[in-house]
Design a protein around this ligand. Structure first.
Ligand code: PLP
Length: 492
């Protein structure tokens, strides 16, 4: 039934329509129709939208009865307009499927700016000549997206939608959904040794947002410089710089960050990946942990612990998070980007209590809180044990992929030294005895159809050449082929 909401008005000498009527569809308002010919006006409006791309091929037109009701015109007007467009070949209709836009001649291609390509914590814009896609993309940090647990996610989403209260769908606590924070508190205690209550956790859009919020909070406190690992994540470094923090590179060796070098440099913040250093893959040694924490206490500093892939340790349990040893000085950040998918944009931040209120205010100012449905689904996946089950499966698969790549590198490229512990989604090879420029080598490898990161991208300080190879998204056979091509390019 068409609701009659306004007085009837005669449009010039045309048909009677209701004043104030209009449709969401193309924001049509018959009040703007010309003196004669509502049908021509409606057909012209739809034709223009097809031609300028607002209605792409395949999109549906509203049912005639519905559109007529919205516009306050007779259904015959809409039927006739659709018929004219069908006669022109712009739309077609079949009983039961409604009227759809047919294909048009291709539109002129708009000049698009190069989008940032996936990188680490805050997408890194790849320099030329890596913009072209390679057949085998071994960019580090990308999980096997074909392994996303779609069925478990769907089941969980159906279940949480059945149960979610009306209140849960409203604007919530900017910290995030309480159920998820409770589940995460238990999960982080069990898997990472964290000591945190639900109220200590802020749900964020990945580690990237955790870094953004922390950088804002630190600069507001007058902190303008932050120590970063070198080599270290280029994406993270670029993001901190974007938010106004100057990054101070501190060397990493086989024991992790050389923490003894932090003291006496007027530093009050540091970003680290202690459980599995990116990109070297080493673990922060116990002595270095002590030095780091001693420095943090003495300098009253904040350590940002980026725990981006700790779920994947293949030889033993990962070392506990630093946060557990010094919750007053460590801001812990975790993510679903490696366990589920980077496109989830879902992570968590456990800051020192003294930063909490400022960070919640920054999160509120940024987006009023993260989207609730994915949070509820993640809470359910944790509560039912399905997340853990998924991670176990992925861990096994990754491990065999890592073994395949390692084996192939050993036989095809014996000059390469593999760094780090068996963990994560990437490995680093260096060439201590080869005088090569890793950027040049990576360019040659790219020409052979394989994309890898030269280690120098992730450095500010000089050091040995190397390549960072992400193996998670490829089968063992693909990895063996990649290793053959890498070896040929390095030797060439
Ligand atoms: C070192 C490091 N930190 C964090 C992340 C993940 O960031 P996010 O949770 O924003 O996707 C990545 C992803 O590649 C990374 O390499």
């Amino acid at each position: 039934m068409v609701q009659r909401t306004g007085p009837m008005k005669r449009l010039y000498d045309g048909p009677m329509i209701e004043a104030g009527r209009g449709a969401d569809f193309l924001q049509l308002s018959p009040a703007s129709a010309p003196a004669r010919g509502l049908t021509s006006w409606l057909a012209a409006a739809i034709r223009a939208a097809v031609i300028d791309g607002r209605l792409p091929a395949g999109s549906s037109l509203p049912p005639t009865r519905l559109l007529a009701g919205d516009l306050g015109v007779s259904r015959g007007v809409v039927v006739e307009a659709y018929q004219r467009l069908a006669d022109e070949g712009l739309v077609s209709g079949r009983p039961g499927t409604g009227t759809r836009v047919s294909g048009l001649a291709p539109r002129p291609v708009r000049q698009k700016k190069d989008p940032p390509r996936p990188g680490c914590a805050g997408a890194t814009v790849l320099p030329q000549p890596w913009r072209a896609r390679a057949g085998l993309d071994l960019s580090p940090g990308v999980p096997d997206l074909s392994g996303f647990p779609r069925a478990a996610w769907l089941r969980a989403e159906r279940s949480v939608l059945d149960r979610a209260s009306v209140a849960e769908l409203g604007y919530g606590d900017p910290r995030g959904n309480e159920w998820l924070r409770r589940e995460l508190a238990g999960w982080l205690a069990r898997t990472r040794g964290l000591r945190a209550a639900a109220d200590d956790i802020i749900i964020v859009s990945g580690v990237a947002q955790a870094l953004a919020l922390l950088a804002q909070c630190l600069t507001a406190r007058g902190i303008t410089r932050i120590a970063v690992e070198d080599p270290g994540s280029r994406g993270s470094r670029e993001e901190l710089t974007y938010w106004g923090l100057a990054t101070v590179p501190v060397p990493v060796d086989e024991h992790g960050l050389t923490a003894g070098g932090l003291a006496g440099r007027d530093l009050r913040a540091a970003l680290l990946t202690p459980a599995h250093q990116f990109p070297t893959g080493v673990v922060l040694a116990p002595q270095r942990r002590r030095e780091l924490l001693d420095w943090a206490v003495a300098a009253d500093a904040v350590i940002i612990e980026d725990d981006y892939d700790a779920e994947y340790r293949y030889d033993r349990a990962p070392v506990p998070a630093l946060q557990a040893a010094a919750p007053g000085h460590v801001a812990y950040a975790g993510t679903t980007s490696k366990t589920l998918a980077p496109g989830m944009r879902l992570g968590w931040l456990v800051p020192p209590a003294r930063l909490d209120a400022d960070l919640v205010a920054a999160k509120h100012a940024a987006d009023l809180g993260s989207p609730v449905l994915p949070q509820l689904v993640l809470a359910r996946l944790i509560a039912t044990g399905e997340l853990e089950h998924h991670i176990r499966g992925v861990r096994q698969r990754q491990r065999s992929r890592r073994d395949a790549l390692l084996g192939a590198l050993r036989s095809h490229l014996p000059a390469a030294r593999v760094q780090g512990v068996p963990a994560g989604l990437h490995l680093l090879i260096t060439f201590p005895d080869l005088a090569v420029d890793d950027t040049e080598v990576a360019e040659r490898i790219h020409r052979a159809g394989v994309l890898v990161h030269p280690l120098s991208w992730h450095r500010q300080l000089p050091g040995a050449p190397g390549l960072v190879l992400g193996y998670a998204a490829h089968t063992p056979d693909e990895l063996r082929e990649a290793a053959r091509r890498i070896a040929r390019a390095v030797r060439g």
